[in-house]
Design a protein around this ligand. Structure first.
Ligand code: ARG
Length: 470
């Protein structure tokens, strides 16, 4: 009994458990728009090359347009045996318009169809992700700008999570701006590589029919047609590249999320979470928790997992199409959804987060943060770097032994460490003094950060016009 479009050589119907096991409809239904566009382009091409009468093409295109509306309205008659979105659309089309519907699949296989649909979907989502990233970058720029005005907000910069040197908050926020800028670059980079049409590759070997591949590629917005039919239907490196770009991106978001959690802790208190972007505890009435940031950090695992999953699925697959490839979709959909949602909540959180500049100010009153500036003071006076390092190291030890700050040591103690110290050393124990000095390109000095901010603004203007610097 032929209960399937491919059922000609079968006598018995598919077992129900097999239908359940093999169907991709529950997830590939998301490709319906791309599938319908792809079928319309294919049908028009079949009409143009004379493989299908134009009157049939018109019926096919109108039927597909109606199917798209029905799916959108939730009125599409999906049937239990539908193997995937491609089969479901073709079945209903043929039920509705008869013979013209049965001509649609001419010169085509689901193998080139699904490879085309998924590329179209990925290209579109890269555009959306680009906009999501841009919104977050704009928020970071706005907040950075706000904290560069007089006096700029300064906090300790850390290495090894130990206080190291004072840095403007703007510099810290803009660090994430540039990570996101590269993330956008990675997306555009893989977009350019995936931008080719597999349509016309058919099942694996191409087609003996006079298909016009250029025509469908142009209609679908691809910049070129693929070179090799075996490759086009069976590789999913474009999905892997996108997953890997998404993995890098969520790794960046996870680092920011982790800092958010630390900064919101009672130990740091550098930020206060806005009510709308925090959650409470069902037991402990005092709690205001950074669950958003924790979930972003936590969801990093599933995105990395999708990347590893698909790499493993592809490893060792012989050419060309194998059903294993159907496993390409869920991880990709999930990773894209995860990144889009994470970018959106992090944008909301960062547009409203309260930076506690007074707490940060208190933290930068730690004298040790200025040890490097004091060392450079000596270097500027001609003391060799290693001698200066040793001298200031000695001062740090003396201060620590005495249980005082570096700034409280006496002029004599400074003189004993190095004769190059003069009275002006007292000026160096100031965050504003410290950040005023570091003004070579890319540094944390206020003038340098202002310049950096201008570059950041220019970079996103460029991205906004679709002409990214990346
Ligand atoms: N649902 C399948 C997938 O997503 C479509 C291609 C099926 N092709 C086949 N020859 N069984 O990969």
């Amino acid at each position: 009994m032929a209960n399937k479009p491919w059922g000609g050589r079968f006598d018995a119907p598919t077992d129900k458990s097999v239908e359940e096991f093999t169907t991709s409809l529950p997830f590939d239904v998301r490709l319906y728009t791309q599938d319908i566009s792809c079928s319309m382009a294919h049908a028009r091409m079949l009409g143009k090359v004379g493989l299908v009468p134009i009157s049939d093409v018109e019926k096919i295109v109108a039927g597909l347009a109606q199917i798209e509306k029905d799916i959108e309205a939730g009125e599409f008659p999906f049937a239990p045996g539908d193997e995937d979105i491609h089969m479901a659309v073709e079945r209903v089309l043929t039920d509705r318009i008869g013979e013209p519907g049965a001509r649609l699949h001419t010169g085509r296989s689901r193998n080139d169809q699904v490879a085309t649909d998924l590329r179209l979907w990925a290209k579109e989502q890269i555009g959306e992700l680009g906009n999501d990233i841009l919104a977050f970058q704009q928020t970071l720029v706005t907040r950075a700008k706000e904290h560069l005005s007089d006096p700029p907000t300064v906090l300790p910069g850390y290495t090894h999570l130990q206080r190291a040197m004072p840095v403007p908050l703007a510099h810290h926020l803009l660090a994430y701006f540039w990570m996101l800028e590269r993330d956008k670059g990675r997306l555009l980079d893989c977009l350019l590589r995936m931008d080719e049409s597999p349509l016309g590759s058919a099942a694996l070997a191409g087609s003996g029919l006079p298909l016009d591949r250029e025509m469908t590629a142009v209609a679908l917005g691809f910049s070129r047609v693929s070179e090799n039919s075996l490759d086009a239907v069976s590789d999913r490196d474009f999905v892997i590249e996108l997953l890997s770009a998404l993995s890098v991106m969520i790794m960046h978001l996870s680092r920011l999320a982790d800092e958010t959690i630390t900064w919101a802790s009672s130990e740091f208190k550098y930020i206060s979470l806005p009510d709308a972007y925090a959650t409470g505890s069902s037991m402990m009435p005092q709690k205001k928790n950074p669950d958003i940031a924790e979930l972003v950090r936590g969801k990093t695992g599933r995105v990395f997992g999708s990347l590893m999953g698909l790499l493993t699925t592809l490893k060792g697959l012989p050419l060309a199409y194998n059903r294993d490839l159907q496993e390409d979709k869920e991880g990709l959909f999930d990773a894209v959804d995860t990144l889009r949602a994470s970018l959106s909540v992090m944008t909301g959180l960062f547009s409203a987060v309260i930076f506690n500049s007074e707490v940060m100010k208190a933290a930068v009153s730690d004298d040790d943060l200025y040890a490097t500036d004091i060392m450079e003071y000596l270097v500027a006076k001609g003391v060799p770097l290693r001698s200066a390092h040793h001298a200031v190291g000695g001062l740090v030890k003396t201060a620590s032994d005495k249980g005082v700050g570096l700034s409280q040591l006496t002029p004599d103690e400074y003189q004993a460490a190095s004769e190059s110290f003069a009275d002006d050393i007292g000026d160096y124990f100031s965050a504003q003094h410290s950040v005023a000095s570091k003004n070579i390109m890319g540094s944390s000095g206020i003038a340098a950060v202002k310049q950096q901010l201008e570059h950041a603004e220019a970079a996103i203007d460029m991205s906004g016009s679709g002409d990214s610097s990346a």
